[in-house]
Design a protein around this ligand. Structure first.
Ligand SMILES: [Zn+2]
Ligand SMILES: [Zn+2]
Length: 98
């Protein structure tokens, strides 16, 4: 019975990690850490809320059949579309960057 010598890989997990795609916890996109830069990530720094704007301006025109809670917007920029592109850019932040 020939014993096969298993070659243990040298520990180079950290090197491999550098180009492994990570998932950004802000925009939920996957990105290569090597291509991360200061404007790679577009996101809203605040939440999508359902209330009147602080300045009482009506960004959203409620239709006659719309319930009041239809007036939703991003607290940061006032964008009313949940799919609106982020109003702030920064670097991506992965889940293991904390
Ligand atoms: Zn991102
Ligand atoms: Zn925003």
């Amino acid at each position: 019975m020939a014993e096969i010598q298993k070659h243990h890989k040298p520990q180079k997990d950290e090197d491999e990690d550098k180009d492994k795609a990570k998932t950004c916890k802000r925009c939920k996109l996957s990105y290569a850490p090597s291509s991360n830069h200061s404007s790679a990530c577009r996101f809203h720094p605040s939440f999508f809320v359902s209330r009147r704007h602080d300045d009482q301006r009506r960004y959203y025109e409620l239709g006659p059949d719309d319930p009041p809670y239809a007036a939703k917007f991003y607290d940061c920029c006032g964008a009313e579309d949940p799919e609106a592109p982020g109003c702030t850019t920064s670097t991506h932040v992965s889940y293991d960057d904390d």
